[in-house]
Design a protein around this ligand. Structure first.
Ligand SMILES: Cc1ncc(COP(=O)(O)O)c(C=O)c1O
Length: 380
């Protein structure tokens, strides 16, 4: 096991055993974060900040947001000149606050399962209903069911779509044409699009990410997008995220709520890491993406018969297909734990995920080799 995986285990043994049972030798590849040494410049910026020995109030410099947009312009050809940017403690916070503003109790929010686990609880906790527009699994990977989306969007109770691009857990990168179609359907039906783009920087080599804000320009759709360094640089325990929108009023409302609830409080370490990440992290990220692409390749080549991979176009997540083993939901979870693997069982992402499991592949090559070897061994 790598040092980082060991640290991850040591950090959260209670959660791990609650989810996967007690096993001293579980290989933890279930959380969407990189299990590799993080960028040395970021680590140094945190160490240097710690050395200062003063951790009181510190205001957020404007250079922070500038660093983000400098990065976005270079990596995604989006300079942010047409939009407003707000800081938010987390993606979940942004979505929760937006749902309060955009919907009322009893309204519904459209999700595209299998999809990131936190969306549904946020919707349900707000007293809103989930409406499903499931992805279709075709011979060429996952696709959106746009006819079904159109039907769901036409129902006036369905006020918001949460789009996940790149899509966690299936690793799909939505194309400009997909995004334009979504924008047009939602514009016509007055459905607000929350584009969760927190994995935007994780398009694998040869692929590119299209921001919803650019694809949707001119469609008339109302939208907001989430961004930030937390997934890209493994900073979920440190940094803030961003909420981007072209709507001045929405931005003002979001910022007023954030201020009212004191969600804008700064963390001196977040300030240090955030700016350093966007100013210096490119080479480290390129290395990470090469590693992830190689790991996906390795899985595609070496997974034993009976287990397939849905090849990711983006994210450091591999969506593994165990359906040929014909195990039901609890059996598959038990089988994986007995194999010594802590993966996220597919049903966590919605019933469409049954028979699948998600593996984090931002991990040293030997760890992926070990996971493959454990799967082979479990199959006998
Ligand atoms: C698509 C997506 N959105 C949001 C998050 C979590 O963001 P936060 O912890 O800032 O709420 C994750 C974490 O894995 C994610 O995959």
């Amino acid at each position: 096991m790598s040092q980082l995986a060991e640290r991850a285990l040591a950090n959260d043994p209670e959660r791990l055993s609650a989810l996967f049972g007690d096993s001293a030798d579980l290989l933890p590849l279930w959380i969407a974060e990189p299990y590799v040494e993080l960028a040395p410049e970021i680590k140094a910026s945190l160490e240097n900040r710690a050395q200062v020995g003063w951790y009181g109030y510190e205001s957020r410099p404007s250079t922070l947001i500038e660093a983000f947009w400098g990065w976005m312009a270079l990596r995604h050809a989006w300079d942010g000149s047409q939009v407003h940017t707000s800081v938010s403690p987390s993606v979940g916070t942004s979505i929760g606050v937006l749902l309060e503003h955009l919907t009322k109790p009893g309204d519904a929010v459209i999700l595209q399962p299998p999809v990131f686990t936190d969306f549904k609880p946020l919707i349900v906790a707000a007293g809103r209903t989930v409406v499903r527009n499931p992805l279709s699994l075709t011979n060429t990977g996952y696709r959106m069911d746009l006819d079904d989306l159109e039907a769901k969007a036409a129902d006036p109770a369905n006020r918001v779509l949460i789009l996940c691009n790149p899509h966690n857990p299936v690793g799909r990168l939505w194309l400009q044409t997909d995004l334009e179609a979504v924008a047009n359907i939602c514009a016509v039906n007055n459905v607000f699009v929350i584009a969760d783009e927190i994995h935007a920087d994780l398009a694998l080599p040869g692929q590119s990410f299209t921001p919803f804000g650019l694809a949707a320009a001119g469609s008339g759709v109302s939208w907001a997008a989430t961004h930030g360094p937390i997934k890209t640089f493994g900073l979920a325990g440190v940094c803030d995220t961003l909420l981007i929108s072209d709507d001045k009023d929405l931005t003002t409302t979001f910022q007023k709520t954030s201020s009212r609830l004191h969600l804008t409080r700064n963390n001196v370490f977040a300030l240090a890491a955030f700016e350093t990440a966007y100013k210096t992290g490119a080479a480290w990220l390129d290395g990470l993406l090469e590693l992830v692409a190689g790991n996906a390749e390795l899985l595609a080549r070496e997974l034993p018969d009976g287990i397939d991979i849905v090849r990711p176009e983006a994210t450091y997540l591999a969506w593994l297909d165990f359906r040929q083993l014909s195990l039901d939901v609890p059996e598959l979870a038990r089988w994986l734990a007995a194999a010594g693997l802590a993966l996220s069982p597919g049903h966590w992402f919605g019933r469409e995920g049954a028979g699948f499991a998600r593996m984090t592949i931002a991990a040293p090559r030997h760890q992926i080799e070990e996971a493959i070897s454990r799967l082979r061994h479990a199959l006998g």
